[in-house]
Ligand binder design. Structure first.
Ligand code: ATP
Length: 271
């Protein structure tokens, strides 16, 4: 299957809560994010088989801040997917933002172990995204809840990476301030695509800031000027996000379908 076809199918499987008819053995990936937790199952070739997700605030910028809450969510997702698949899942892979070390890096493995999944491997998030996208050389920009992360991959390995605090949460805060509403209401407003055109002028400065973070990081690295650039992470769901980001960044970026699911799919492929 082509990378984008896999992502479309994964979204459909999660939405319809069903399993694709593919034989095991299965691989499991768990993405513990600032805004959500996603569990993905693939077959041995990395084709999606099932998945589940929950919105959550158990992680902040790659750090597990609510260990018990995170474990309980993974337990729930595991149980749901096991019910859909009719098999027991016993091991899985996790991912961390590049540069996460020590106890913080170990925490994701402990979370899934606590939920009954033996942690078999831990991968850098952009490496997982690149695997799902089927690229070895390229630039992966990950704009999730808390941060804008950028990583340059050469031959599948990270050669340059940086993470800065500006993400989807900041867009929500700007909307809450501009419309004098709570952050919960602003979050709902942001996810309503029928309002995106109206919201764009308000959130454009945040998108420009994200593009500036990436431009600054790549300054002086002309050797990567011809690398393809992909934006993953839930913030890229915003209508015309790719176009506006490209304008501010000064380079064309690709936004894959369902950008929130790219990294979780890639994590499972590493299990
Ligand atoms: P991080 O990478 O910072 O740890 P995360 O992995 O939880 O966070 P993602 O799951 O990639 O991040 O994305 C979550 C962000 O995407 C949230 O800020 C959320 O508001 C935003 N988001 C999700 N769906 C949409 C949507 N339909 N439109 C706009 N933004 C969205």
């Amino acid at each position: 299957m082509e990378p984008y076809a896999k992502i479309y199918q994964l979204q459909e499987l999660i939405e319809t809560k069903r399993a694709a008819d593919r034989p095991g053995p299965y691989k499991v990936g768990v993405d513990l994010g600032t805004a959500d937790v996603v569990l993905v199952v693939t077959d041995s070739e990395g084709n999606p088989v099932a998945g589940s997700m929950e919105w959550a605030s158990v992680v902040k910028d790659g750090l597990v801040v609510d260990f018990r809450g995170a474990t309980e969510i993974v337990e729930r997702l595991k149980k749901e997917v096991e019910g859909i698949l009719g098999v027991t899942l016993d091991k899985g892979a996790t991912a961390i933002p590049p540069g996460t070390v020590g106890r913080n890096a170990a925490a994701c493995g402990h979370v899934i172990a606590g939920a009954g999944l033996d942690p078999v491997c831990q991968v850098d998030e952009p490496v997982a995204a690149a695997r799902a996208l089927g690229i070895k050389d390229g630039i992966v920009i990950d704009i999730g809840g808390g941060t804008t992360g950028v990583a340059v991959l050469k031959n599948g390995e990270i050669v340059l990476s940086e993470d800065e605090a500006t993400g989807g949460t900041h867009i929500t805060l700007v909307l809450a301030g501009a419309f004098h509403i709570s952050t919960d209401e602003a979050e709902k407003m942001k996810r309503d695509s029928s309002r995106h055109k109206q919201l764009l002028p308000v959130i454009l400065p945040v998108i420009e800031k994200m593009a500036t973070i990436v431009r600054n990081m790549l300054a002086g690295h002309g050797e990567y000027d011809d690398y393809p650039v992909y934006v993953v992470g839930g913030t890229a769901y915003l209508t015309n996000f790719g176009e506006e980001f490209s304008k501010a960044f000064g380079r064309t970026v690709h936004v894959p379908p369902h950008p929130l699911l790219v990294t979780p799919l890639g994590i499972a492929m590493f299990a």
